[in-house]
Design a protein around this ligand. Structure first.
Ligand code: URA
Length: 242
């Protein structure tokens, strides 16, 4: 059972400071399970109790899980003094839950980014021990060859001497500008760009399309996001359990 003070919940949900929330509650505008509550220090069961403010039911959840189609030009951080972040793209009704991105996509990378305030799931999805697969679509300057596929399968040695785990490279089109899909099972800094550097090629466009069992929702335009369904959250949890 998860219990929390009423004033803390209301304040977290943007109804004002604790003091303002106390006044709101005193005025008789807040009810719990249909009963008007005037004492804002009352403890609430977050899983069962129904809170209403001015007759409107609150959709309070402990955890939120969002899927964003990250656009290029924003950084994967919660706040930054100079740069626009993925959290800056969220509406207040989500920001109040303090979601953080699960891992990082480069500023110029697009695609699937999960944001959540569930620290445990965030941590598990990123744990190097769990090898959660991440699938990307990429455009590469230069002809990608079967030799590259083989090299990636064996693991390549990056500029800092790190040997990557085997990855799956699929050629969609091999041309001046090639198109590929690639699945990696780890997440080193600029990993895919650095992997292609080892075979003398440059990534010119990168988009994440899958993370573990989760696929980027085609309906989300760049910069748009939605909450994960209960099934999607469950799938993610199952994927990191193994
Ligand atoms: N690999 C990269 O090089 N960049 C990303 O954003 C993700 C994976």
């Amino acid at each position: 059972m998860t219990r929390e003070r009423l004033d803390k919940i209301l304040s977290n949900m943007g109804f004002g400071t604790r003091k303002e929330v106390k006044l709101l509650t005193k005025s008789g505008e807040v009810s719990v399970n249909g009963e008007i509550i005037k004492d804002s220090s009352k403890h609430i069961d977050l899983e069962k109790d129904v809170i209403e403010v001015c007759g409107e039911k609150l959709n309070y959840r402990k955890y939120i899980y969002l899927m964003m189609n990250k656009p290029s030009g924003v950084i994967s951080a919660t706040e930054d003094y100079y740069e626009k972040t993925v959290v800056d793209l969220l509406e207040d009704e989500y920001i109040i839950f303090n979601p953080a991105p699960v891992g990082r996509l480069d500023k110029d990378t697009e695609g699937l980014l999960i944001l959540t305030n569930d620290g445990e799931l965030n941590h598990m999805l990123l744990s190097p021990k769990r090898h959660v697969p991440k699938k990307y679509f990429a455009r590469i300057d230069g002809k990608v060859t079967l030799d590259d596929v083989k090299k990636f399968k064996n693991g390549v040695t990056l500029d800092d001497g790190y040997k990557t785990l085997p990855s799956e490279l699929k050629i969609i089109q091999s041309d001046e500008i090639s198109e590929v899909e690639i699945i990696i099972y780890e997440g080193k800094y600029h990993q895919i760009k650095r992997m292609f550097e080892t075979v003398g090629k440059k990534v010119v466009y990168l988009k994440r399309i899958e993370m573990g069992p989760l696929k980027l929702d085609d309906d989300l335009k760049l910069g748009e996001y939605r909450e994960l369904t209960d099934d999607e959250v469950e799938m993610l949890k199952q994927a990191v359990k193994r």
